[in-house]
Design a protein around this ligand. Structure first.
Ligand SMILES: Cc1cc2nc3c(=O)[nH]c(=O)nc-3n(C[C@H](O)[C@H](O)[C@H](O)COP(=O)(O)OP(=O)(O)OC[C@H]3O[C@@H](n4cnc5c(N)ncnc54)[C@H](O)[C@@H]3O)c2cc1C
Length: 289
């Protein structure tokens, strides 16, 4: 049997790591343990973060929220701060895995796994997320785009823990959209996903647009060109079709067992067309969606 250490506070992690530097962290274990069944070498010891109280919950810090890395997806889906200020993240969490996975899996684990298909990543990019990191030597934080280096690769050094994810509260009145396409309706790893934060005027003009795709590149794909093709234009099928053409050029999908690159490219554009559901008849009263 390999030993599993169960610290209750972050400060208890450092002496464990000093004695057992080979020990690998886990939170929910929903990525780590399946990866070991698929060939990842098992470490000689584990540090389970499940009981570390400082890694739990969501803090309101004025313009931003700080989510403890050990907060589960199910806990976030019940959190009033997330529902009010980051509905786009809630939409992604609602379709992540299955209820048991959402009860065990954590946001820190999803970010540290750095899968191109990680469902929380596109919303976190759009919410300006920063990853908060702690080690025995001190704290640092990195924007998501600098933290995630490629599939399964992050900027985390050995001896460091992700303690939290800081994100900007979304501006009031934004449309929060998240959709993923998978091989089936439930328990599907994304073949392509799209997160979009839009603001549309009462006259149906797109005032701001931020879009992020998952599963169509080594990391989340963001395209200034696509956003520029939307901003200032009427939210019509014509506008969206123009942006979809640019999106299919911007993404960098690969062929894998779940889907071919051409299919992913097509879908990356088609998902933009769904934004037509937010079009407003000119003169309709403004509502926050
Ligand atoms: C059946 C199934 C379905 C799934 N469906 C989806 C899905 O639809 N969408 C999706 O995005 N993912 C899915 N996943 C993947 C997984 O559930 C998520 O990525 C989950 O968020 C991982 O969190 P965890 O706490 O279980 O991570 P763990 O397995 O505990 O850890 C994952 C990695 O992160 C590291 N780590 C964890 N916490 C920290 C920390 N605080 N600091 C530093 N390193 C840390 C670990 O060392 C490990 O390398 C699925 C998994 C399974 C088994």
């Amino acid at each position: 049997m390999k030993p599993v250490f169960m610290p209750r506070r972050i400060e208890e992690v450092w002496p464990i790591w000093e004695r057992r530097p080979e020990a690998v962290l886990y939170a929910g274990g929903t990525d780590l343990f399946p990866s070991m069944r698929h060939g990842r070498p098992a470490p000689d010891a584990f540090i389970c973060l499940e009981s570390v109280s400082e890694l739990k919950g969501v803090r309101d810090e004025g313009g931003s929220l700080v989510i403890g890395a050990g907060t589960t997806h199910a806990e976030l889906l019940d959190d009033p701060l997330i529902l009010e200020h980051a509905p786009i993240l809630a939409r992604a969490l609602a379709v992540l895995g299955s209820p048991p996975i959402r009860h065990m899996g954590t946001i820190g684990g999803n970010v540290c796994t750095a899968s191109p298909a990680g469902d929380t990543l596109p919303p976190l990019y759009l919410l300006g997320a920063e990853v908060e990191i702690q080690s025995v030597g001190g704290n640092r934080s990195l924007p998501m785009r600098d933290f995630i280096l490629g599939p399964g690769r992050t900027a985390l050094n050995s001896g460091e823990i992700v303690t939290g994810i800081r994100l900007d509260k979304a501006a009031p009145g934004c449309i929060h959209h998240f959709e993923k396409v998978g091989p089936r309706m439930a328990l599907a790893i994304a073949v392509v996903s799209l997160a979009a934060l839009l603001r549309v005027s009462d006259e149906n003009r797109i005032e701001s647009a931020r879009l992020a795709w998952g599963s169509v590149g080594p990391t989340v794909v963001i395209s200034d060109e696509v956003e520029a093709a939307l901003i200032g234009r009427a939210l019509t099928m014509h506008t969206l079709e123009g942006a979809a053409v640019l999106a299919r050029r911007a993404v960098r999908p690969i062929d894998d067992i779940r889907a071919g690159a051409d299919y992913r490219r097509l879908l990356a554009g088609n998902l933009i067309l769904r934004l037509i559901e937010y079009a407003r008849p000119a003169g309709s009263p403004g509502t926050s969606r």
